[in-house]
Design a protein around this ligand. Sequence first.
Ligand code: ATP
Ligand code: MG
Length: 337
Amino acid sequence: RIQRRAIQCRHDIEALNSSFITIFKALVPAEEEKAKQKELLLSLQNLVTKEWPNAKLHLYGSCANCFGVSKSDIDVCLAIDDHDLSKSDILLRLADILQSGNLQNVQALTRARVPIVKLMDPDTGLSCDICVNNLLAVVNTKLLKDYAQIDERLRQLAFIVKHWARSRRVNETYQGTLSSYAYVLMCIHFLQLRRPAILPCLQAMDATYTVTVENTKCTYFDRVEKLHAFGARNKESIARLLWGFFHYWAYHHDYTDAVISIRTGSIISKRAKDWTRRIGNDRHLICIEDPFDISHDLGRVVDKYSIKILREEFERAADILQYDLNPSVTLFQPYVQ
Ligand code: ATP
Ligand code: MG
């Protein structure tokens, strides 16, 4: 492999900015899409309430965390306190209820890693996954959303990175590459470490929000409206940040020893987490600490084949941003085998 690591950013980087902003704007969902999601959630809530009056549905994932591109599937969590039924029984019962409503392709996947009911709503055309009592995901959705309110460059960077990852087929956890959630954490971490910093570390500040879910205490500063000017001293453009992001993951990240952690706003060592060797299927080849479930490495899906693919894609992206004549097109060229 040729090492083409650049020392300095290309001199015309700012000229690329407007085309990346245009791409970002095209990816943002329209208001009527949000309205359709709300409408579907309401009709689902009505069906569920008839069976379980105390059960509540929460939106989570990209339709609720501000990082959803247009036409994403919606993720819903059913919060229910029924100790007589197992999770599988709840899902099977839920599938029955939904089937009798006006919903299509209803399927209970009780053996999946995260068991869900899938469905399609013919009225809105939306597809939806419903999980049971996965409240940690609801809380990490709020954390991501709160970060997104602080500086608009986070949302711009993350949309473009997600779009790149999807085009290049490195957003497929079942193939050993990374989830959308992992990419957003990588973007937050990157912006926390800019100098001057563009994002603070909310979990290191005085707590204004605390919940305990599944024995995990989740606590952080969530009055983000007070932090609107936080990143103002840093004037870096989105093109410059994108360049920096890919250069970091291509040429600067220490894959041997570093764990990125938005919880601490810093890099921590694999030794400190005891993530230095393979245990079961966890290989820790790229380490991304979950902000709340801190024993969880979001890179654990990555294996010795997919780490190579990922790193080559980071290098490809970094080199395109450095040398290509038309990066805003070349970067997203679909991967073909
Ligand atoms: P996309 O636009 O690709 O659907 P997403 O943010 O909805 O993006 P999903 O992979 O659908 O990503 O995950 C939905 C949500 O589930 C995430 O936002 C996050 O809250 C939670 N989640 C996903 N993967 C994990 C994980 N490995 N550990 C903890 N929470 C996760
Ligand atoms: Mg999703």
